[in-house]
Design a protein around this ligand. Structure first.
Ligand SMILES: Cc1ncc(C[n+]2csc(CCOP(=O)(O)OP(=O)(O)O)c2C)c(N)n1
Ligand SMILES: [Mg+2]
Length: 788
């Protein structure tokens, strides 16, 4: 339906204001705010201008409160300008754009105050996040939890060069498998990337690809002015010229202006009567306005395109735009980091009727009455329900999670047993758990859980093998009540799905407790997506198994070395590597609570598990032991008063550490054995204590690791051992100044038995004994006899 003229006028005025405010915000940060560092502040004026009209159409007219948006990272100034007009962003934060605690360079859920739905920054990830958030909304709907809330559309504003990111294609395929709905991707088709102008004809590739995946594709190429000109005599020839003009040439002419367009049109078309008259009727300025009137810059065209969608199938809008439209840098291939000069800004300010000193005024220079604009903004559908960020109650987690014990088990097995026990019960905790795995459900031990809780799909689909009575260990029944989401083998998808599931409390007002499983080395495959999920404070548990070189015969290619360090270094992720299943059960319980903690306190959890079967300790899980396990370490064997050597181990190498302590104990009394369940938590506690002591001089507070190591004599040596990079535990010597030998794995690639590999890489009992001897004096220690 054609848009009413009065509404169009108001929307166009606001879009002009958004372009002004976003450009002014960047200009202010670069030219007006004192620059103390001498570094360029930057801010992406051209990329922002490209989207100012499209985003204004969305926010001021099309979006409803339940819709959620991922904005192309470098259009952050446009987002902030829109929120400023809505009254959700302060002038102070805009003046401090890209400054300390100012409006963020890229929209940030956690750092910005103006209601960012999805953080963006690393291109491609926000786009996929909208797709997975839509699938999560379907999950919540199918489980009957949407209550009286309406389903929202998940919308991404995508740069055309951003479409090169592979994770977008991975997500598309996954979306198709799961019957994606309610998702709009709006491609800002300015045909420019950071470095250059993009390939010709990309739109056609996008179009066929999206159609292939069942999306509707809407191409918004010509604005109203263009359409009117095409209807004039000779207009068809003009349209043909535009359609055939190479991207580089069009961009260059947009930069050069109306006279350059005229010359090229004349040279190319020649004197052809009607079309020549069509061009001659326009001044240079009018000709430039006509040629810049691509669909993405035309309010009426965008509103009509958006409002024409009357179904919930996914839609890709390809909106033609000009990078930097309306600014002196428009179309220039180098404009990505371009900034307007002070003189250019002065000139543009004059053209906008903005008086010096009134640059931040919301309606300065617009011909519409401020009261009318204010009323229009207040009535925008997007704003009708107040706070859009939702909350959900905390789900109760029992003090101890049960599992069926066995004398010998691996932590991976234990993980399956804990989940199986939860699946058997009817707790709210179990109801809120949702598992997800990229084609390694069975091999990461989720099988028992899935057998009991089923796979999720919007429609029932029974396991044919079972119906045909063919024996199979796994029951692969799909239903809307299922609690496992099976993904294809794409770890980026796994982490973005975890990100979407882990924000359900804030987006859908319904808490989910997502658990994702994968092989440990493939964390690196999805690392940027995991970082992204943590950055926006999504809450999930990632269970990585098998890990290290301990997966021995699985092969050298699958060994992981760096992941313990990743676990320590990743902000927002508490990582654990227990050796025994009773420790794991404690950690999982803590993890489910941690995943529900307040912002700044809670976070996500990473469990690095193993397939190695170990003898399990028979012990009572006293509350102090539970606390020590979650704080990161406990004494498996307390050091005596004359302790001169401590062995500290993490994870699957526990038997080697225990064995070495046995041998060393024959000639050294009082040897201590420290079980480190989380190098990450232990280190974080130590850093926090140091910060606290610095902040509050005189305070006596000691961290967990400082208390554990306090009784050790000054000249005691420490040997650390982990199936991972030795630096993960090597820092323990600095806590109280003890000499330390750190054993671990620094190369990878050998296959063999666990014993072969532990010997090869020097993390077996003999290597531990050798290291201990190098730190102590006295008689040599008897070594384990090697079977040759
Ligand atoms: C993963 C990742 N790689 C590189 C960048 C740096 N970068 C920011 S914007 C951009 C180009 C984007 O081009 P396009 O998506 O077409 O947006 P436009 O600049 O045209 O608005 C690049 C390479 C990034 N933000 N994220
Ligand atoms: Mg682009």
């Amino acid at each position: 339906m054609p848009i009413e003229p009065a509404r169009l006028e108001l929307l166009s005025a606001l879009a002009r204001k958004v372009l002004w405010l976003s450009s002014w915000t960047i200009h202010h940060a670069n030219h007006i705010r004192p620059n103390v560092d001498g570094l360029k502040v930057g801010g992406h004026q051209a990329s922002s201008a490209s989207l100012a009209n499209i985003m204004s159409a969305l926010y001021f007219a099309v979006l409803r409160p339940q819709d959620r948006v991922a904005v192309k990272p470098h259009a952050s100034p446009v987002f902030h300008a829109i929120q400023y007009l809505f009254g959700h962003q302060t002038r102070d934060k805009l003046e401090n754009f890209r400054g300390y605690k100012g409006a963020q360079s890229y929209p940030s859920r956690t750092k910005d105050a103006d209601d960012v739905d999805f953080s963006t920054g690393s291109v491609g990830l926000g786009v996929a996040q909208t797709l997975f958030s839509s699938l999560v909304q379907d999950y919540v709907t199918a489980h009957g939890w949407m209550k009286d809330r309406s389903e929202g559309r998940m919308i991404a504003l995508v740069g055309d060069a951003e479409m090169d990111e592979g994770n977008i294609f991975e997500a598309l395929l996954e979306g198709w498998k799961h019957g994606l709905r309610n998702t709009w991707w709006v491609v800002d088709y300015n045909r420019q990337s950071l470095d250059a102008v993009v390939r010709e004809g990309l739109w056609a590739k996008f179009e066929s690809m999206f159609r292939n995946f069942g999306w509707e594709v809407v191409i918004v190429k010509y604005g109203r002015l263009m359409q009117a000109a095409f209807a004039e005599p000779g207009g068809e020839a003009l349209r043909r010229w535009i359609d055939n003009c190479p991207n580089q040439m069009y961009a260059a002419l947009c930069f050069q202006g109306g006279a350059a367009f005229r010359k090229h049109l004349q040279d190319d078309i020649g004197d052809q009567g009607q079309v020549s008259q069509l061009i001659d009727r326009r001044s240079d300025d009018e000709l430039l306005a006509l040629m810049s009137n691509l669909g993405g810059h035309d309010m009426a065209s965008m509103i009509e395109a958006f409002e024409a969608i009357d179904h919930d199938r996914p839609v890709c809008f390809i909106a033609y735009t000009i990078k930097g439209v309306g600014l002196p840098m428009q179309g220039h291939k180098d404009n990505h980091a371009g900034l307007m000069t002070v003189a250019q800004m002065e000139k543009w300010r004059g053209a906008q009727n903005i008086r010096p000193g009134h640059e931040w005024e919301k309606f300065e220079g617009l011909s519409k009455a401020p009261a009318e604009l204010e009323a229009f903004l207040a009535a925008a559908p997007f704003n009708q329900e107040g706070r859009r960020r939702l909350t959900a109650d905390v789900i109760d987690v029992p003090q101890q999670l049960a599992f069926k014990p066995a004398a010998q088990m691996s932590t991976q097995q234990g993980f399956g047993l804990v989940l199986n026990e939860l699946a058997r019960g009817d707790s709210e905790l179990a109801a809120r758990i949702v598992t997800v795995s990229p084609d390694v459900t069975v091999s990461t031990n989720l099988g028992a859980w899935v057998n009991r809780r089923g796979l999720f799909a919007k429609a029932e689909n029974h396991d044919l093998f079972r119906q045909e009575k063919i024996p199979s260990t796994f029951n692969w029944d799909y239903s809307p009540k299922g609690q496992h989401l099976e993904l294809g083998i794409a770890e980026m998808n796994l982490f973005i799905m975890l990100s979407a599931l882990g924000l359900s409390h804030a987006i859908n007002g319904e808490r989910l407790l997502p658990i994702g499983t994968l092989y440990d080395p493939f964390i690196e495959r999805g690392l940027d997506a995991m970082n992204y999920a943590c950055y926006q404070d999504a809450r999930f548990m990632v269970v990585a198994t098998p890990s290290g070189i301990t997966l021995a015969p699985e092969g050298g290619a699958h060994q992981s070395i760096a992941t313990p360090l990743i676990g320590m270094a990743q902000d927002g992720l508490a990582s654990f590597e227990p050796a025994f299943v009773d420790e794991l059960a404690v950690i999982m319980g803590w993890g489910f609570r941690h995943m529900q903690g307040e912002a700044g306190e809670g976070g996500s959890v990473y469990l690095r598990l193993s397939t190695r079967t170990l003898d399990q300790p028979q012990r009572i899980m006293a509350p102090e032991l539970q606390r020590d396990i979650t704080e990161g370490a406990y004494w498996l064997r307390e050091p005596g008063p004359n302790c001169d050597i401590v062995i500290a181990y993490t994870g699957a190498v526990a038997p080697e550490a225990i064995e070495a302590v046995g041998f060393i104990g024959e000639s050294h009394r009082d040897v201590g054995l420290l079980a480190v369940t989380s190098a990450d938590r232990l280190h974080a506690g130590w850093s926090a204590a140091r910060n606290l002591r610095r902040e509050r001089r005189g305070i006596q507070y000691l961290s967990h690791v400082e208390k554990l190591l306090a009784p050790l004599p000054r000249d005691c040596g420490i040997v650390t051992v982990i199936d991972g990079h030795p630096a993960a535990l090597g820092w323990l010597g600095s806590v109280r100044g003890h000499r330390l030998e750190a054993l671990g794995v620094e190369q990878f690639g050998q296959t063999g038995t666990i014993r072969d590999l532990y010997r090869h890489y020097g993390i077996d009992a003999n290597a531990i004994i050798d290291a201990a001897e190098s730190l102590t004096v006295g008689a040599p220690v008897r070594h384990r006899k090697m079977a040759v």
